[in-house]
Design a protein around this ligand. Structure first.
Ligand code: GAP
Length: 505
């Protein structure tokens, strides 16, 4: 994997490669696309699946060792996207899942308050611009007579009193005073169940998978052999009507989450919070984000969500994307959510303390507390793409190589007959049929070998196996390493074991 920091990678080049090679495309592209929605092409779908499979295996089927030296217990669930609307009242999403927004009266554009910054130059004026987009403001200032960003001070719009909006030129206008005062905007997508559209049939697309877990906590305890401490895990789509979807898939309106709710005795919150914080940070390193681009950030108390104010802590695993550099963007949050959700559902459904968990050994009733590691599969995939992207100006045919770890690489090996005759295609096909039973491999017989290598380099395939004119006699093939370009000769019957070792070893 690449060890360069992402301050030097160009996001436009990464997006272009994703499009050219079939990692990620705009949803509904033939109709001009739809803002905030993205499709994964053949390579992207496999890459994202590899990340999700790694999470599933490392969390659920081979769960990690707990603080007592034994494997912890985490069970999966798969709950619906549309749930009873009262779920979202109990969880606080109907009342509180809001972003303060400002509108531009002239252009009708809408901006998230905390994502707008204002440059004020004494005696000249104030210009609003989208956070983290210095090019945007530079271009705008050029039009305003060549004023430079360093001539003024930059303040987040949140910090500016509404009375002063009259002097601010909005991000997409040329005159001041077009921004409205901030208003709350609920991020949940609404829909209606059944033929009649009224308040009784109104429901929501889930904005997080977590509430499916909380509402099935009691069935899980009753039907499986789980005992606190234990976890429930779910991966699946979530939907948020983000006001300003941006930065490729980073902030989308439809995205996939991988969430764990780990239920614990309240007295053990500090231990389990530290456990999950460290474990999740290590996991992201294991899938290929090691190095300076990954960081763990503990939140200040002032930043905490309502359910976490008095808890053991909240932190984010963050990645330095090219568009956030030199800053970082969140990949996963780990939060002590106290017993907020279980208690809220127990109260809202009317059963209250009767729904407390009963610990037979301790003869104690309580609502378990929760440590929640909540990760994004799309943001994770985007981080893998950014980390892997390595420009290669001197490698023929490929503008970049994608240095995925073998476990994450969408294609593990390309299999090439050197030329498409003299028995080579038959041997290559036989090898392909054997290897594909266990690994995603691709047989490629077309074009010259250089072009085939270049295709595999941009797809991030770590190994290319070539069957040549000698293979029929020697029973040997050569394996080319994507990163070092080293060619190793290996006997045909050892190729499977070679890949097993590299991918899982
Ligand atoms: N249950 C807690 C929860 O949903 P969150 O921090 O709002 O917490 C968790 O979301 C993760 O989901 C984030 O760390 C991020 O990876 C992903 N995520 C959230 N909003 C997203 C969006 N609009 N687009 C893509 N991923 C998003």
């Amino acid at each position: 994997m690449s060890d360069s920091t992402n301050t030097v990678k160009n996001m436009d080049d990464i997006v272009a490669l994703c499009r050219r090679r079939g990692f990620i495309w705009q949803s509904s592209e033939i109709y001009g696309g739809i803002n905030g929605f993205w499709d994964y092409g053949p390579l992207g779908a496999q890459l994202k699946k590899n990340l999700k499979d790694a999470w599933w295996k490392d969390t659920i089927t081979c769960p990690p060792i707990g603080p007592d030296g034994n494997p912890i217990q985490v069970v999966p669930v798969d709950t619906t996207i549309i749930m009873h609307p009262r779920v979202w009242e109990a969880s606080g999403h109907v009342g509180g899942f809001n972003d303060p927004m400002v509108d531009c009266k002239e252009t009708k554009s809408r901006y998230r308050l905390d994502q707008v910054e204002v440059l004020t130059v004494e005696g000249k004026g104030s210009w609003a611009f989208p956070q983290g987009d210095p090019d945007y403001i530079s271009k705008k200032l050029k039009k305003a007579g060549g004023i430079k960003v360093d001539q003024g001070t930059v303040t987040n719009l949140e910090q500016i009193p509404v009375e002063d909006y009259a002097t601010i030129i909005g991000p997409d206008t040329e005159k001041p005073g077009t921004l409205t005062e901030p208003r709350q905007f609920n991020l949940m997508f609404e829909t209606y169940c059944g033929a009649i559209r009224n308040d009784d049939s109104k429901s929501y697309l889930r904005p997080e998978t977590a509430q499916g877990i909380f509402t099935q906590f009691w069935n899980t305890v009753d039907t499986s052999r789980v005992k606190v401490p234990f976890g429930m895990a779910q991966m699946g789509k979530s939907f948020r009507n983000e006001v300003t979807p941006r930065n490729f898939t980073f902030r989308s309106r439809e995205f996939e989450q991988m969430e764990i709710e780990f239920f614990i005795h309240p007295d053990e919150a500090d231990t389990w919070y530290a456990y999950w914080r460290d474990l999740r940070f290590q996991w992201w390193q294991k899938v290929g984000l090691a190095g300076n681009n990954l960081t763990l950030r503990e939140h200040d108390k002032a930043e905490l969500a309502h359910y976490a104010k008095t808890g053991a802590g909240v932190c984010d695993v963050e990645y330095r994307f090219p568009f956030t550099a030199p800053g970082y963007g969140e990949l996963e949050g780990v939060a002590h959510r106290s017993n907020f959700d279980l208690q809220a559902h127990a109260n809202t459904c009317g059963k209250g303390d009767k729904m407390q968990y009963f610990d037979q050994e301790k003869n104690e009733r309580y609502f378990p507390h929760v440590i929640e590691p909540s990760a994004g599969a799309d943001r994770g995939t985007l981080a893998l793409l950014c980390e892997a992207y390595t420009p290669t100006p001197d490698r023929k045919g490929a503008k970049a190589i994608m240095q995925f770890t073998p476990r994450m690489a969408p294609i593990k090996a390309g299999i090439f007959p050197l030329v498409n005759k003299d028995g080579m295609p038959e041997i290559a096909q036989k090898l392909y049929m054997q290897l594909r039973e266990k690994h995603v491999v691709q047989l490629d017989v077309k074009q010259n070998i250089g072009k085939r290598y270049a295709r595999m380099d941009e797809a991030g395939t770590p190994y290319c196996i070539t069957v040549d004119g000698d293979t029929a006699g020697t029973q040997n093939v050569t394996i080319r390493d994507r990163d070092s370009l080293e060619q190793t000769t290996i006997s045909l019957d050892k190729v499977g074991a070679f890949l097993d070792e590299k991918i899982n070893g």
